[in-house]
Design a protein around this ligand. Structure first.
Ligand code: TRP
Length: 439
């Protein structure tokens, strides 16, 4: 199972270029079999660039509504807000403490800000906050928290993914004691997705002020923007080369092969630019109209968006919490408890992260399992099962979903505080080179 994770910084309002270049392909990819997708709104990252609460609030809502309206299936994709997962900032700190300052000095975004200051003869760090400086660590936490293997991003983010790998590797090395706490992520760059040109033919981008709105302003706003796409001065009736035309590129981003071929033929045969714009606007509208309706519905009922995100947060935290517990344990943030026979110095680190699982048959002929902590104290003791497979399956289910641990279960008895049991289960579930398993 491939786990794909990507974050969307919640600044601004999505435009047509975001839809074609990011939203649509990501949603399509999330429907592939064998893929588990985590999509989240990087609203902590948004705070780095924006100190206007009203804009932060509006952008989060618009972006969430856009993704849902564009067809993101929140029952299939884990869709959440970064700021709803307290485990992420906690992990950020653990990672901050193993990240070399020198590594952050090399981050492109920080370096570009310093260069701009120097060019203006300002103090090199003028106007730079620690959020910008530590940005890559927060992003590493976003990714490592969920053991994502694949991270689709734009080219400008490749360095951040490499940093996440470096940081995760360093943590594994320092605290792993033979275990890999973190999967090292890979950036996925989709070269097939063309960047959409904007009104002036350059890449559609808010910084060029050449965007076509997606939902804001309704169909009219989209149509009006298309009317402003720059063309050459050929009159109706004159043949036009579709390949140099922004209108044709935009058309192809929505229409299939044969429709696009017909549009190109019409241009070659002299269709006027005005007509070409109308056809383009109509074709785009065909795709956008149903989504815009859903968008309007959601914006009118923000509580539905909130519900979807809360649901996502619960699912995300079910993954994040056990891993963070194991990490706290790994760095030594452990509950205080008496330890048996800890004299043997070096071995403690390894043994503490290794709870023991045992399956056995009793004289009554039934099959039992037991989970003990490294120091031998019992965490879970099962009742009798008719055969060994059932006993193993019961434990496997717990390992898979530690949160399903049930103090009232009729299959087993929980003998230790829930926290320590969950931690042990998480430790056993980590995809380890050598996990704590012994059966
Ligand atoms: N920095 C990313 C961007 O600007 C957004 C982001 C934040 C992200 N955290 C992430 C992307 C984790 C992928 C994975 O595009």
């Amino acid at each position: 199972m491939k786990r794909v994770l990507t974050g969307i910084t919640t600044t601004g309002t999505p435009h047509l270029g975001n839809y074609v270049g990011a939203i649509r392909p990501a949603i399509e990819a999330s429907t592939q079999p064998g893929v588990e997708s985590f999509f989240f709104m990087a609203d902590y990252h948004a705070l780095i660039k924006c100190d206007d609460p009203a804009r932060i609030e509006r952008s989060r809502m618009e972006i969430a509504a856009t993704w849902l309206a564009c067809g993101l299936d929140a029952s299939r994709v884990v869709f959440y807000r970064q700021s709803d997962i307290p485990e992420i900032p906690e992990l950020t700190w653990l990672l901050t403490c193993v990240t070399a300052k020198g590594l952050m000095n090399r981050a492109h975004a920080y370096k570009a800000a310093v260069d701009a200051n120097v060019a203006e003869q300002l103090d090199p760090d003028a106007g730079i906050n620690m959020g910008l400086y530590s940005y890559p660590i927060l992003m590493a936490a976003d990714i490592l928290m969920f053991n994502a293997s694949h991270v689709p991003v734009g080219r400008d983010q490749i360095q951040h993914i490499e940093m996440a790998r470096d940081i995760g590797q360093r943590f594994n090395h320092l605290f792993g004691a033979g275990r890999e706490y973190f999967v090292l992520p890979e950036a996925v760059i989709d070269d097939a997705v063309a960047t959409l040109p904007g009104l002036d033919g350059r890449k559609m981008s808010k910084s060029y002020d050449n965007t076509v709105p997606l939902f804001e302003g309704g169909a009219k706003a989209t149509r009006d923007a298309i009317a402003r796409v720059v063309t050459d001065s050929r009159a109706p009736g004159e043949p036009k080369d579709p390949d140099g035309s922004t209108l044709f590129v935009l058309y192809q981003a929505f229409a299939g092969r044969s429709e696009s071929a017909a549009y190109a033929d019409a241009l070659r045969a002299g269709m006027g630019w005005g007509e070409a714009k109308q056809q383009l606007a109509a074709r785009i509208e065909q795709d956008l109209a149903p989504m815009r309706d859903r968008y309007g519905e959601l914006m009118a009922h923000p509580e539905r968006i909130e519900d979807a995100l809360q649901h996502g947060a619960t699912r995300a935290r079910a993954v994040a919490r056990p891993l963070l517990d194991a990490l706290r344990e790994a760095v030594g943030l452990r509950p205080m408890r008496a330890r048996a026979a800890e004299a043997s110095g070096k071995s403690t680190k390894v043994s503490q992260s290794n709870p023991q699982y045992k399956q056995f048959r009793e004289r009554d002929g039934q099959f039992y399992f037991k989970l003990t902590d490294a120091d031998g104290s019992v965490l879970i003791e099962s009742h009798g099962f008719a055969n060994p497979r059932e006993a193993a399956a019961c434990f496997a289910a717990l390992k898979q979903a530690p949160d399903s641990l049930d103090e009232q279960s009729s299959l087993y008895v929980v003998r230790a505080p829930r926290d320590s049991v969950l931690r042990a289960l998480a430790a056993m579930a980590v995809p380890a080179g050598e996990g704590g398993q012994s059966s």
